[in-house]
Ligand binder design. Structure first.
Ligand SMILES: *Cc1c(COP(=O)(O)O)cnc(C)c1O
Length: 394
């Protein structure tokens, strides 16, 4: 039973989470099967033809996956969703669904390292070219536009600098020029930001992060029109095979039920940590969208209902100081990934963005000493105490 008047928290709990119609189990079971049987060849034929609802083979879909997709589509306010084995599987399937040889795409300069590599190294092998430009300025989009441009790809806030892009303004430009706007909404999650509402056509998530929320799974999600998801994207899923397992769907569904609670806490903790760091004498600069001092604070308020759990900051003293600081932390783990219940810290120049050319990286604010802190849902006092003792070491 889905009620379209339900609010976010209610949808997160109930959409796609009906009790099992066979056993009455409150939580529907994981169908751990690779294939599905048919009573007759006629029935099989009808399912293959799409005239009868049903499942065929585990690389196309599974019951648990279908329930998960209903939940995510409802949370993003989209018509349909497809989930994948990872965020990168979702991103690459979206590219293969939309592009063909000879096409051109425009992306922002600050992107997740894997996404940057896909546009920079993989797609050119198939004769798809990419222009990297500061999408924050529409004039740059105008300059990058080519007759064969298919889509504009952005993250906002962007990984790892927290740069924010105006979704509505970018969407307006895309509509005027017949381009698809794709937004990677991983950092905000649908709880704080719903890009479709601002005119984006397709939303992508690394559901490994806030959506899963517990650091125990990898998954990706794409939300868009029924036509794009069920026709174009489904073909990329089954032909490239980046299918998610039924067990991972179960874990992700479970994680999503507490998304609202977790996001509130991530946000509240990150704000406290950012306020503590902001005035600390050993901090050179700091970016957290929730601070009044954040240069794009007003823009964030316009398109998001919160600020998320990610903080980017630079310590005085550069790269060695940054490393010493990270190495001195006792509770906060050094690890890539984010959106986990536990706080995680990483150094993009030596970790996630080491594949991006040094000059390129520095030009776009991913400096040598930049540190990205993913604030967890622990007690903020304990997070700050760990940071404080590490700052004392440098
Ligand atoms: C982690 C991440 C990805 C890639 O997702 P995986 O689940 O690791 O494949 C894409 N975009 C952003 C913003 C990410 O943080």
């Amino acid at each position: 039973m889905v009620n379209s008047n339900w609010n976010f928290e209610t949808k997160a709990v109930h959409v796609g989470s009906d009790p099992c119609p066979v056993s009455g189990a409150l939580v529907s079971p994981i169908y751990q099967t690779s294939t599905y049987t048919f009573k007759t060849t006629k029935e099989a034929g009808d399912v293959f033809a799409g005239e009868l609802d049903g499942f065929v083979y585990g690389r196309s879909s599974s019951p648990t996956q279908k329930e998960l997709e209903m939940k995510i589509a409802a949370l993003e306010g989209g018509e349909a969703c497809r989930v994948f084995a990872s965020g990168m599987a979702a991103i690459s399937a979206t590219c293969t669904a939309l592009l063909q040889s000879g096409d051109h795409v425009i992306c922002d300069t600050v992107l997740y390292g894997g996404t940057y590599g896909l546009f920079q190294d993989i797609l050119p092998k198939f004769d798809v070219s990419a222009s990297f430009t500061e999408v924050t300025d529409i004039e740059n989009l105008r300059n990058a536009l080519q007759p064969n441009t298919k889509f504009v790809y952005i993250e906002t806030p962007a990984n790892p600098t927290m740069k924010v892009i105006d979704i509505a303004e970018t969407a307006k430009f895309c509509k005027e020029h017949g381009l698809t706007l794709i937004v990677d909404n991983t950092f905000m999650s649908p709880y704080f930001q719903q890009p479709l509402e601002h005119g984006a056509d397709i939303v992508i998530h690394s559901a490994t992060k806030f959506m899963g929320g517990h650091g125990d799974l990898l998954a990706g999600a794409v939300i868009g029109s029924k036509k794009f998801i069920n026709e174009n994207l489904q073909v990329s899923l089954t032909k490239f095979g980046g299918i998610i397992s039924p067990f991972t769907c179960f874990l992700l569904k479970r994680g999503l039920q507490t998304l609202a609670l977790r996001m509130e806490k991530h946000n509240q903790n990150a704000l406290e940590v950012a306020r503590f760091l902001e005035n600390h004498p050993k901090i050179e600069s700091l970016a957290y969208p929730g601070l009044e001092s954040f240069t794009q604070h007003e823009l964030v308020k316009k398109q998001s209902s919160g600020y998320g759990g990610l903080i980017a900051f630079e310590l005085k003293g550069g790269i060695e100081t940054g490393q010493k600081f990270c190495d001195s932390l006792k509770m906060i783990h050094i690890a890539v990934s984010l959106g986990d219940v536990g706080s995680l810290i990483q150094h993009p120049a030596s970790m996630t963005h080491r594949g991006v050319p040094v000059e390129e990286r520095r030009k776009h604010g991913i400096t040598d000493g930049l540190i990205r802190l993913a604030v967890g849902i622990e007690n903020a006092k304990d997070i700050i105490a760990d940071i404080e003792q590490a700052l004392d070491q440098i």
